[in-house]
Write a protein that binds this ligand. Structure first.
Ligand code: 16G
Length: 254
């Protein structure tokens, strides 16, 4: 029996509608209205459900933006955000934004499971938990939850209330600079609260970044999770040849 190449997957109808829409979008400047669901349904001769699915895909991908009661528009291009071991404040400034932080909550709590393991603390050790909305030119960009050892950074809560940059506080007050970090990126749908804070829809795709950083002595500094809108940001990492240093051993996953 001869085995031939696999049969090409059949393209779903909504996908060809989506391709057609992409062609239309490609010719329009950001902010232009796109035809209504009803007009598109008539134009491409398909069901409204199919058109809706194609439009929803393009909204999730950040190509289109829906404004309640106003219609659907061509979105602004995504913002390219470099992945580097800098602070949000420095990174935002480097790409031309004024950074800010709105402290949503700041409290002392007890390290449990993953936080204890990441910060190399005993379960139950005191940790600070900061929840901040990160802003660029006053627009909410990301939601960030940071955990740091309370014993290592006494008085951090008060300082975090007074400064919008955690790294500035760590450097100036505690003489600690993160010099090495591991960062993971995953996707997750926005929770209702995240959606409200980041001005998107519940269930919209989010990019979830986890940073686990260490000081020059290899001691953990912070364990931070940040949620960014997947339709607005493209993360870019520069990859350099890892000459002669063997493979990078990933740190254990907890
Ligand atoms: C970034 C870091 C976060 C760090 C923060 C400090 C990522 C994914 N996370 O948001 O780990 O705590 O910068 O910024 O990049 P700040 O000094 O402006 O508070």
């Amino acid at each position: 029996m001869t085995v031939g190449p696999p049969a090409p997957a059949k393209e779903p109808k909504y996908y060809s509608v989506k391709r057609h829409l992409l062609e239309i979008i490609g010719t329009l400047p950001a902010g232009s209205p796109v035809p209504t669901e009803r007009e598109l349904t008539a134009r491409v001769g398909t069901s409204r459900t199919t058109v809706r699915q194609a439009l929803s895909d393009l909204v999730a991908e950040g190509r289109l933006i829906r404004r309640q009661g106003a219609g659907t528009f061509v979105a602004e291009p995504k913002i390219t955000w470099p992945l580097q071991l800098t602070s949000f404040t420095e990174q935002a400034a480097a790409i031309g934004f004024r950074a800010g932080a709105e402290l949503l909550s700041a409290r002392r709590t007890r390290a449990a499971g993953e936080v204890a393991a990441r910060l190399r603390l005993a379960v139950g050790a005191p940790v600070y938990r900061l929840e901040r909305l990160r802003l660029a030119d006053d627009t909410p960009i990301a939601l960030e939850i940071s955990h740091l050892s309370a014993a290592r950074f006494p008085g951090l809560l008060g300082r975090a209330r007074r400064s919008s940059s955690l790294y500035r506080v760590l450097t100036e007050r505690y003489r600690i600079v993160p010099v090495d970090a591991e960062e993971t990126i995953e996707t997750a749908p926005a929770t209702p609260r995240q959606a409200e804070l980041l001005h998107t829809d519940t269930g919209a795709p989010m990019l979830v970044l986890c940073r686990h950083s260490f000081d020059a002595d290899g001691v953990p500094v912070e364990f931070v999770t940040s949620w960014y809108r997947g339709d607005r940001y493209t993360f870019v990492a520069r990859l350099l040849e890892h000459a002669g240093r063997g493979t990078v051993e990933p740190r254990p996953v907890y």
